[in-house]
Design a protein around this ligand. Structure first.
Ligand SMILES: *Cc1c(COP(=O)(O)O)cnc(C)c1O
Length: 397
């Protein structure tokens, strides 16, 4: 008798035949830690990389490294328990207060990861019999959180606020939750948060915003997309929950959700992925506190990043591929076909450059792309090398 366990071999072979096998590359930082996100050693070769979400180039910053080491010496490495038992250290508590103050919202809850945050908080907010409205291009962990919630899911076309308005107006349930990325991770465009909040106000809905890619980058001093929209501080609404991750621009790991006191207290009581998971280590919290100070103080990183974005856009003009009008460090170059996108990626690789090709199902069919991400750790010459290589590849195609 054959076992169904034998099918996994066949199924892996099917993935491979469809060109859908994903590969991990083993990487080593090529340069001193500070530039680790832009220069990586892969298979013994140094590549100039445009892959990482370390938008401010802080992942290897000495102040973060020192705070991590000092934090480990003071608190140990592991937190030892979940936050509601004994894992909520003084460092984690301070970080929560500083994050809330930084984003201009009353209270924050610190999580070990963004994925773990969204799959937990969405089901804590709505359940069976409730309604959930989700942008078609939302990140996988919002989608998974929505599935776990068992509410009825209404997917609206990307950024289609008329469709959302109509869906909310139909009042499929008394409790309605709208979930959206603030910066869409494969396109780099920014959601219209003011308009989304206005719809939520009109229809008595709650708005959950995932600002994984905007926090640290957008808004005054990097306070994020919600602050950029003028919806924090005295303008904060109790209808908004703001979630962001700490492994991208902040350069460390983890995430948080912020909002008014009552909602955050509810999430603390009801989020299973928070209650039943070991708390994030205090040493990471200490490193994050150091990062937050740099993010707030050093506008030059954001200024340099904006200059790099403008330089890249100028340099890409005249190519046969489409650049979206993203204002963020996520700058996708839409190639179209899967094979074509892979060929351009390979051409860059031959020239010592690493830009990931993103194919369906991560992006819609026929919109395979190079997902270029810029970091403040990049230099002007790095961007010129990339645009020069792309023009060279286009000429030879
Ligand atoms: C990266 C990302 C996450 C997941 O965060 P992790 O901390 O990496 O688990 C969630 N949402 C969005 C939009 C992301 O880009």
């Amino acid at each position: 008798m054959t076992s169904w366990l034998d099918d996994f071999d066949t199924r892996l072979a099917e993935l491979d035949a469809a060109g859908l096998t994903r590969r991990r590359r083993v990487v080593l930082p090529a340069a001193p830690a500070e530039a680790s996100s832009t220069r990586l050693i892969v298979d013994g070769e140094i590549l100039l990389a445009f892959c990482s979400n370390d938008y401010l180039g802080l992942a290897g910053h000495p102040a973060l490294v020192d705070a991590l080491c000092a934090g480990a010496r003071e608190f140990g490495v592991g937190s030892g328990a979940s936050p509601l038992v004994s894992g909520h250290s003084a460092a984690n508590a301070s970080l929560e207060r500083e994050l809330a103050a930084f984003v201009g919202l009353p209270r924050a809850l610190y999580f070990y990861a963004g994925y773990g945050t969204n799959i937990g908080i969405v089901p804590a907010l709505v359940g069976a019999g409730d309604a959930l409205h989700s942008d078609a291009l939302n990140h996988a962990c919002l989608i998974d959180g929505a599935r776990l919630a068992r509410a009825s899911i209404h997917r609206y076309a990307h950024a289609d606020l008329d469709a959302l308005d109509a869906a909310l107006a139909a009042r499929p349930a008394r409790r309605q939750l709208v979930i959206t990325d603030a910066v869409f991770s494969m396109d780099g465009d920014v959601a219209d948060l003011r308009a989304l909040l206005a719809l939520c106000e009109r229809h008595d809905a709650l708005l959950l915003i995932d600002d994984a890619h905007g926090f640290g980058v957008l808004g005054p001093q990097g306070r994020g997309a919600l602050a950029a929209a003028g919806l924090t501080g005295t303008n904060a609404s109790r209808r908004v929950l703001y979630m962001a991750t700490l492994g991208k621009a902040l350069g460390v790991a983890g995430a948080f959700v912020a909002g008014n006191d009552v909602l955050i207290e509810w999430l603390l009581q009801k989020t299973r992925s928070y209650i039943f998971a070991t708390a994030a280590p205090a040493a990471l919290a200490q490193s994050l506190r150091a990062s937050l100070r740099l993010v707030e103080a050093d506008d030059w990183r954001r200024t340099h990043l904006q200059a790099l974005i403008a330089r890249l856009k100028r340099g890409l003009a005249g190519l046969p591929w489409t650049l979206t009008d993203s204002p963020t460090p996520i700058q996708p170059l839409i190639i179209g076909g899967n094979r074509e996108a892979l060929a351009v990626m390979e051409g860059l690789r031959e020239r010592g450059l690493w830009v990931p090709a993103i194919r369906p199902p991560t992006v819609p069919e026929g919109s395979a792309r190079l997902r270029i991400t810029l970091s403040a750790a990049h230099r002007d010459e790095d961007v010129d090398r990339l645009t020069g290589a792309l023009h060279d590849i286009a000429r030879r195609a």
